[in-house]
Design a protein around this ligand. Structure first.
Ligand code: F6P
Length: 319
C-alpha cells in the first residue's frame, strides 16, 4: 500500500478542485491511500493532514477555489521550515506528494524532492506563465471571466463614448491580456513582453475616433504597471475621457471551464501514475494536447515564448 499526499499552494485557480478529485480517485483506484494537506506547505510543516476517500471529492469538479485551502508559506522557504516539512512527511510515511500550484510551489516541491521526498508538480495558476506546458489549470477560465467583463464594460463604454482600460492579472505574463484581448476585440493590448509607448496608444485611439468608433477598450496586463497611471497619461495627452476597471480577484474565482476541468483531470491522474511508477522531481503538463512531464529544474528554467503572432493578429483586427 502506497501513501500519497496532495496539496494546493500559492494563488488558487479554477480547476484546482477538479485536479484534487482526479488525484484522490486515481490514487484509490490504484489501491493507494490518499491524504490531503491543508493550506499548502504551511499545512505540511504543521502536520495539518487529513485522510481522504472517494466521497471527500464528491460534488467539487465544478467548484472554484480549493477545498484544501492554499497559502503562500514563508517559513517553508527557510532551512528549518523545509526540515519540519520533511519530518512531517516521514511521520505520515508519505511515499510521495503531489503539489498543485505555480512556479513558487514547484520550487518548494523541488527542494522537498532534493531531500528525498518524492514530489510531482501539477501546474495550477491563472497566469499561464510556465514555459514547459502550453496551458496551466485555471488560465482558460480566467480568460473567459475577463471576456465576460469586456463584453459588459463595452456596453457602457459605448453608451458614453469613452475609453476603458481593463487591468488584468498575470503577474509578469501578458497571456491573460493577450487571449482575452484577442477574443474580446480590444483596441489595444498592453503586455510586459512587448514595449509600448503612450503615444502609440493615443495614436490608435485617435485613429479609431476619427473613423467613427464609439468606444475603445484597452487591455492592460498588471505586469506593465497601474491602469490608473496610464488613464491619467492618456487624458493629459489627448483629453479623452478614460475609465479604469481593475478585475482583480474576479479572475481567480468561479466555476472552471470545460477545458480546465478536463486539463485538471488529465494532469491530476498522470501525477498519481508518475508517483506510482517511482518518478519524482517532475512537473506534469500538456504540449500539443499530449500529457508530458519535465524535470522541475528544466520546467522552471525554460523561458516562455510570448505568442507574437496572436499579438500582431489582435493589432491587425482592431484597426
Ligand atoms: O499568481 C496568481 C496571481 O493571481 C497573480 O496573477 C497575481 O499577481 C497574484 O497571484 C496576486 O497574489 P495575492 O492574491 O497573493 O495578492
Amino acid at each position: 500500500m502506497k501513501n500519497i499526499a496532495v496539496l494546493t499552494s500559492g494563488g488558487d485557480s479554477p480547476g484546482m478542485n477538479a485536479a484534487i478529485r482526479a488525484v484522490v480517485r486515481t490514487s484509490i483506484y490504484n489501491g493507494a491511500k490518499i491524504y490531503g494537506i491543508k493550506r499548502g506547505f504551511n499545512g505540511l510543516i504543521h502536520g495539518d493532514v487529513i485522510e481522504m476517500n472517494l466521497s471527500s471529492v464528491a460534488d467539487i469538479i465544478h467548484r472554484g477555489g480549493t477545498i484544501l485551502r492554499t497559502a503562500r508559506c514563508e517559513e517553508f522557504q527557510t532551512a528549518e521550515g523545509l526540515q519540519k516539512a520533511v519530518n512531517i512527511a516521514d511521520v505520515f510515511d508519505f511515499d510521495g506528494i503531489i503539489v498543485i500550484g505555480g512556479d513558487g510551489s514547484f520550487r518548494g516541491a523541488r527542494e522537498l524532492s532534493k531531500k528525498g521526498i518524492a514530489c510531482i508538480g501539477v501546474p495550477g495558476t491563472i497566469d499561464n506563465d510556465l514555459a514547459y506546458t502550453d496551458f496551466t489549470i485555471g488560465f482558460d477560465t480566467a480568460v473567459n471571466t475577463v471576456l465576460d467583463a469586456i463584453n459588459k464594460i463595452r456596453d457602457t463604454t459605448t453608451s458614453h463614448e469613452r475609453i476603458s482600460i481593463i487591468e488584468v492579472m498575470g503577474r509578469n505574463s501578458g497571456d491573460i491580456a493577450l487571449y482575452s484581448g484577442l477574443a474580446g476585440g480590444a483596441e489595444s493590448i498592453i503586455v510586459p513582453e512587448v514595449e509600448y509607448t503612450c503615444d502609440d496608444v493615443c495614436k490608435r485611439l485617435l485613429q479609431g475616433k476619427n473613423r467613427g468608433k464609439l468606444h475603445s477598450i484597452i487591455l492592460l496586463a498588471e505586469g506593465v504597471g497601474k491602469a490608473t497611471k496610464l488613464a491619467e497619461e492618456i487624458h493629459n495627452k489627448i483629453g479623452m475621457e478614460v475609465r479604469v476597471t481593475i478585475l482583480g480577484y474576479l479572475q481567480r474565482g468561479g466555476s472552471p471551464s470545460a477545458f480546465d476541468r478536463i486539463l485538471a483531470s488529465r494532469l491530476g491522474a498522470r501525477a498519481v501514475e508518475a508517483l506510482l511508477q517511482g518518478e519524482s522531481g517532475q512537473a506534469v503538463g500538456i504540449r500539443d494536447n499530449k500529457i508530458i512531464s519535465e524535470d522541475f529544474g528544466k520546467a522552471l528554467e525554460m523561458k516562455k515564448t510570448f505568442n507574437t503572432d496572436m499579438y500582431e493578429l489582435a493589432k491587425i483586427l482592431s484597426i
